[in-house]
Design a protein around this ligand. Structure first.
Ligand SMILES: [Zn+2]
Length: 85
């Protein structure tokens, strides 16, 4: 299984919680625990560009070179959360 978060693109297997959480406490397998908490998006007003910028920042903070961070986040605007808009 190689699912990734449909909001930020992080592989869900790298999520320590294994996915986000629904309002009823069950696990959400489309979004990660950073993006989706208790049935709602953690950053409800963000757009795809904003999410990408945030992810690049986090990756660079984690020691990933900026060029690599840009490549890793390239697919974010095509994820399910952003395609609806
Ligand atoms: Zn996410």
């Amino acid at each position: 299984m190689n699912k990734m978060c449909q909001s930020c693109g992080m592989p869900l297997k790298r999520d320590p919680n294994g996915g986000g959480s629904n309002a009823d406490g069950s696990k959400n397998s489309e979004y990660c625990s950073h993006c989706y908490v208790d049935g709602a998006f953690a950053q409800p007003d963000i757009n795809a560009a904003g999410m990408r910028a945030l992810c690049i920042e986090n990756l660079v903070d984690g020691g990933v070179p900026k060029l690599m961070a840009r490549l890793l986040t390239k697919g974010i605007p095509r994820l399910k959360r952003w395609r609806a808009h």
